[in-house]
Design a protein around this ligand. Structure first.
Ligand code: ADP
Length: 871
């Protein structure tokens, strides 16, 4: 503005002269109606539309000065008027009114700059205060201080409320406001709105009813603060009565936002750096720098965590390292200086337990990089290495080879073998066999090998056995377990497998198989009858001879019960015998008698062996049997023969025995006849005679009957009988004959007649033999009063019949021999030497013993038998 003109014009207010054509002139009539406009500023004015508009109609609604009354009243004082313009902002003027002819002329000058300067001058302390407050307050009071400054500003601007919005990661955030209770719209709605606002100049909003309603105000002032193109902050003012000019508004927004954002950014950086420090501490990582002509400088965090100085020269740095790592570190550093990347693991000298990864690169005249604590990693690696070494060692010393075969175009190529290949097969890792194991496969097993590969590719895994030739030409049975690995697309990639040397196991299995086969053949072809049966006598297996004997096939016999061929008593005895088997005494043998339908009874010599479980429970019985029927039959014949011999022996006695009743009868008959002839035969006398004859007939009949019974063959089944009965039987046959020879037979009958099990006729035969032998000894000795005594003794569960004579006894050396078959001391044709031998057999068969000892005057034979309780 031109000051001199303004002054000049003002200096002579009363002179009616034409005003200079500067600024703005308005000619007015007495009602202040504008007649004419002049001056260069007139082009800026926004002209009112009505005709004969008054000067007030040209002014801003909020003009500082309100013109009231008529022009005559406005004289002699400076008039500060704000005109509406076509450029947006008001034209601030100052002027004076002067009479000009009939009307008035209002001379005005542009004082916008002046006002602005004045305003700036007024506001300047405010800028200073705001900036100072925001820069100096404590970090924690930053938001509060901002709010306080907004309050101050709101006072200056006469605004209802001010609010500062800052850009955040997720949009606009309200950072502070002058009035915490003011209803600023929530961020989401304001955000959309602010996003489309150009951030160039402040904006006054009067015509967005929705937004204004949200903000609870009639007008809204938006002042941006921007850096570059984009707004970083918005200052929002509600109902601002004294809005600052745009440039001041922008400047104030900047005064607020700039230090605030700087501090916030600083805070953010500080926090990030704290986090980074924390992270570095946790990781044990940190940076380092090494100017080519200076010292190594370590990040304080990493220096602290490793206990290293923050600055070191080369020698000091190397001294900190483990002696073994110094040379590699020095070489790597030299290379890094030449531009190579640095990256190696080094141990610290102290203890050698802490590992660093030292990495870096040359940048200009400086090496830069970082160090990282990799102790834990190294330890894990060392543990893994140790485990790996152990595993490899284990594999190398085990009879197993691990191999890998690569899959290429449908074929498998050997790729890897574990170190155990050498010890196991003697193959070198790159030998011909290792490359092509197929060549080392036993010719007989080649089909197996080909099938293995096919199965692998088809099924993805295989388990088979074949023989491989070792370096010395010997074959090993190998168990091969392999698996096919596929890539992500399912294409075969490689085979990982394991060879286990199972030669020993295979050979052993083969030996067992062969031996089993031999035994099977032995059992199958054995003439003996062999079977296995359960304790309840169910057959589990029977060989062919046994099956043939029982007229079945071996298969038919399985599951059959052995008891069906035994009589009840035989079965009972059989089961008793099995019950007596124990793990200590698992074997028992006996002669058993089988009843075969439609056939003669069979005698088997039968040996059982019990198989027990861990608890001593009988699981099954293995048995071997031999048919003894023929032997048995010849034994019986022998027995019969011996019996007959005894009978012959007895014949002499018998003649006498039968003669006796005959003599008695003859005499009775002669007497009776004589009496009849004499006519003196009274009926009573005659009856008495006839009774006597009848008694004698009965006696002879008894004798003959006994002879017939004795001469019969023994029954098959044993029976329970009174042992003394056999003594009586023998007496009936022999007593008369003995008496005829002058030998007295003295029986001492027992109180009770105890029972034994067997055949009575056979025991009788034993006693006859003993009595006859005693008689012979007595007669041979020619004793004056020869006697034979028979008595019975009971001792525990056993019964003894004792036959004693006074015939002088048996020479000591002969006690054993007399039981031998055909041993006799009698003259040829007299003795057979069978009597005692057969008797011994009979007694043994009954479960007893026949023994001899010399008594006081002669031999004493003892027949000892088990008692049989019938209960
Ligand atoms: P044998 O009577 O046919 O000779 P044995 O076998 O019955 O055949 O008897 C064998 C032998 O035992 C007799 O020859 C005899 O020497 C002897 N012997 C048997 N019993 C007696 C006895 N009571 N006293 C003496 N010697 C006896």
């Amino acid at each position: 503005m031109s000051g001199s003109l303004f002054d000049r014009w003002r200096a002579a207010p009363d002179e009616p002269q034409a005003p200079p054509a500067v600024g703005l002139q308005l000619w007015l009539d007495d009602q202040a109606r504008v007649q004419r406009l002049a001056g260069p500023l007139r082009t800026l004015l926004a002209l009112p539309t009505q005709a004969a508009a008054r000067v007030q109609d040209y002014l801003e609604p909020h003009s500082l000065l309100v013109l009231e009354g008529e022009p005559g009243d406005w004289q002699g004082q400076p008039l500060d008027l704000a005109f509406r313009t076509v450029v947006g902002h008001a034209l601030q003027t100052r002027g004076w009114l002067q009479r000009h002819g009939q009307g008035w002329v209002l001379q005005l000058f542009d004082i916008g700059d002046l006002l602005r300067e004045q305003r700036w001058d007024r506001q300047r302390p405010l800028f200073g205060e705001i900036g100072h407050a925001l820069r100096e307050c404590g970090a924690e009071r930053l938001a509060q201080t901002t709010g306080e400054q907004l309050q101050v500003l709101a006072g200056h601007w006469q605004a209802s409320a001010l609010c500062l919005m800052l850009r955040a990661a997720d949009g606009w955030r309200r950072y502070a406001s002058s009035d915490p209770l003011w209803p600023w719209p929530d961020d989401a709605r304001l955000q959309g709105w602010l996003a489309h606002r150009p951030a160039a100049t402040p904006v006054q909003i009067h015509n967005e009813p929705e937004l204004l309603a949200l903000c609870g105000c009639a007008s809204l002032l938006l002042v941006p603060y921007r850096q570059g193109q984009d707004a970083e902050a918005w200052l929002l003012g509600a109902d601002v009565l004294q809005p600052p000019p745009d440039d001041m508004a922008l400047a104030l927004a900047r005064t607020l936002a700039e230090p605030l954002l700087a501090r916030l950014r600083h805070q953010q950086l500080q926090q990030q750096s704290r986090q980074l420090d924390h992270l570095q501490q946790q990781l044990g990582a940190g940076g380092w720098e090494w100017p080519l002509d200076g010292n190594l400088q370590l990040d304080p965090v990493v220096a602290g965590s490793f206990g290293l100085p923050r600055q070191m020269n080369l020698a000091q740095w190397l001294a900190q390292l483990h002696p073994a790592d110094r040379e590699p570190a020095q070489l790597a550093l030299a290379q890094a200086r030449e531009g190579h990347a640095l990256g190696l693991g080094v141990r610290l000298a102290e203890g050698g337990q802490r590992w660093l990864h030292w990495a870096g690169q040359r940048q200009g005249n400086c090496l830069r990089g970082f160090v990282l604590d990799i102790s834990a990693l190294k330890q894990q690696q060392q543990q893994a290495d140790a485990a790996q070494a152990r595993l490899e060692n284990l594999i190398a010393s085990s009879p197993a080879v691990i191999y890998v075969q690569r899959y290429v175009d449908g074929a498998l190529h050997s790729d890897f073998y574990s170190a155990s290949l050498g010890p196991l097969l003697g193959w070198g890792a790159d030998s011909e066999q290792a490359r092509q194991p197929a060549l080392a496969v036993h010719p007989d097993d080649r089909p197996l090998w080909l099938e293995r590969t096919r199965a692998l590719l088809r099924d993805g895994q295989v388990r088979c056995r074949y023989r491989l030739r070792d370096a010395r030409g010997g074959y090993h049975w190998m168990l091969d377990e392999a698996r096919l690995l596929r890539d992500d697309l399912g294409q075969p990639r490689e085979v990982v497998g394991l060879w286990l040397d199972v030669s020993e196991a295979t050979d052993a299995a083969e030996r067992v198989r062969q031996s089993e086969e031999r035994y099977r053949v032995l059992v199958e072809d054995s003439p003996a009858m062999i079977c296995r049966y359960r304790p309840d006598l169910t057959l589990q297996y029977a060989n062919r001879p046994l099956a043939d004997y029982l007229q079945r096939t071996p298969e038919q016999l399985q599951g059959e019960n052995l008891g069906q061929w035994l009589s009840d008593s035989q079965r009972q005895a059989f089961e008793q015998r099995l019950a007596a088997l124990t793990p200590e005494q698992p074997v028992s043998s006996a002669e058993i008698c089988l009843q075969l339908p439609g056939r003669e009874n069979a005698w088997w010599v039968w040996a059982d062996r019990g198989v027990f479980d861990g608890d001593g429970q009988l699981l099954e019985v293995q048995a071997v049997g031999r048919d003894n029927t023929e032997v048995r039959r010849s034994q019986q014949q022998l027995l019969q023969g011996a019996k007959m011999a005894t009978l012959g022996e007895l014949a002499t006695g018998l003649v006498h025995e039968i003669n006796q009743p005959l003599n008695v009868m003859r005499m009775a008959v002669a007497n009776a006849l004589t009496r009849l002839e004499q006519g003196t035969a009274e009926p009573e006398w005659l009856e008495a005679k006839l009774r006597r004859i009848e008694a004698q007939v009965a006696r002879a009949e008894r004798l003959v009957q006994h002879m017939r019974v004795y001469g019969r063959r023994s029954l098959v089944e044993t029976q329970s009988f009174a042992a003394w009965g056999a003594v009586e039987g023998a007496r009936a046959l022999l007593e008369e004959g003995l008496r005829g020879k002058g030998v007295s037979l003295c029986l001492e009958p027992p109180g009770e007649h105890s029972q034994v099990l067997g055949h009575q006729d056979q025991l009788e035969q034993v006693l006859i033999n003993l009595l006859v032998n005693a008689r012979d000894a007595l007669l041979e000795q020619g004793r004056a009063q020869p006697w034979i005594r028979v008595r019975q003794e009971l001792d525990g569960g056993r019964l003894s019949l004792l036959v004693e004579d006074n015939g002088g006894g048996i020479a000591e050396g002969l006690h054993e021999r007399i039981f031998e078959p055909f041993f006799t001391t009698k003259p040829a044709g007299v003795g057979t030497g069978l009597g005692l031998s057969v008797s011994h057999g009979i007694v043994s068969h009954m479960g007893g013993r026949l023994t001899v000892a010399n008594g006081e005057e002669g031999a004493c034979f003892r027949v000892e038998l088990p008692l049989h309780s019938t209960s």
